[in-house]
Design a protein around this ligand. Structure first.
Ligand SMILES: Nc1nc2c(ncn2[C@@H]2O[C@H](COP(=O)(O)OP(=O)(O)O)[C@@H](O)[C@H]2O)c(=O)[nH]1
Ligand SMILES: [Mg+2]
Length: 293
């Protein structure tokens, strides 16, 4: 056999080996996401009710944070991820205003409840139908957002008001605090960490658990800075549940046709799973409290 044909055979074999490894990795990733979704669905199917509310009362997550930090975009990302949406990026007008840059987002004055539908399929197996009314599994409350100028006690007061307002519209099961990554500027970073600390104090005083979501991960430049920020946020929020993500937005996906990003999907599903965990605990606590009184 000539050297050339031997080399050709070697190249072809390597090519197929790489292709097989890549397709195996893709399958593994899809499988991981499927198991995460299935876990969330199962948790919700055994979701405890509060007192005499109808069974269909879904878990309710309050999204708190500053204006322009990515709350609505996070809900949009969660909608995409939970429903297993693929292909072109869909920005729901309600949850992701177009054509506005950071900090210039129009002020929404009222809370908006977004019902997030969930879909969980793997090959032939389909566990939940998206079209079905019953498939409304998670409610997210998109709050108007605090002014970035608010600090200290003024901020705490506003957080307090938002929590009280939300409690008049049925039970809040847990809170997601959304804060934009500050980039590498030290002063901005200190400001962001202080905000997280203030929000944490009020949320915890209300007996609620929270998850912190830091958006615009790309702004942190290097993975090492991401990790540093995450650790500091863990300390300030007194919870390990701090996630750094990139939302799907018109800015991050200029072409409007996006390939799903595994990290974003994985993290958002982990966030929702954690929220369900907290929500179950919260409802059980509420029910126990009612029984005692
Ligand atoms: N690059 C980038 N932009 C983001 C991200 N999340 C939100 N944005 C942008 O930040 C702006 C404000 O986001 P929005 O969700 O409206 O903030 P909200 O006021 O907290 O609801 C919008 O222009 C979004 O497209 C992110 O993860 N990365
Ligand atoms: Mg918004």
């Amino acid at each position: 056999m000539s050297t050339i044909s031997l080399v050709l055979k070697l190249v072809a074999t390597s090519f197929f080996a790489i292709a097989a490894a890549l397709s195996h990795r893709k399958l593994r990733r899809e499988e991981v996401l499927f198991f995460q979704r299935r876990d969330i669905l199962r948790r919700i199917s055994f979701f405890p009710n509060v007192g005499t509310l109808p069974f269909s009362q879904p878990p309710k997550i309050l999204i708190l944070g500053f204006r322009g930090h990515g709350k609505s975009s996070f809900i949009n990302t969660a909608c995409r991820v939970l429903s297993g949406e693929d292909g072109p990026l869909m920005l729901r007008t309600d949850t992701a205003p177009l054509g506005t840059g950071p900090w210039t987002t129009p002020v929404t004055r009222s809370d908006r409840i977004v019902k997030v539908l969930m879909r969980c399929s793997w090959g032939e197996e389909e566990e939940y139908e998206e079209e079905d009314d019953e498939a409304v599994v998670v409610e997210m409350v998109d709050t108007p957002g605090f002014s970035p100028m608010l600090i200290g006690n003024n901020l705490k007061e506003e957080v307090e008001k938002t929590l009280l307002r939300s409690s008049t519209m049925g039970t809040t099961d847990c809170v997601v605090v959304v804060v934009r990554c500050p980039g590498v500027d030290v002063e901005k970073r200190m400001g962001v960490l202080k905000m997280i600390g203030d929000l944490t104090t009020v949320v915890r005083d209300h007996g609620l658990n929270m998850v912190v979501v830091l958006t615009d991960k790309n702004a942190m430049n290097k993975e090492i800075y991401v990790e540093e920020l995450r650790k500091e946020a863990i300390v300030m929020s007194r919870t390990d549940c701090v996630y750094v993500i990139d939302n799907y937005t018109s800015e991050t996906n200029r072409s409007f046709s996006t390939a799903n990003n595994f990290d974003t999907h994985f993290n958002v599903l982990a966030i929702i799973r954690q929220c369900m965990e907290y929500s179950v605990i919260h409802r059980n606590n509420q029910n126990n409290h009612k029984e005692i009184h």
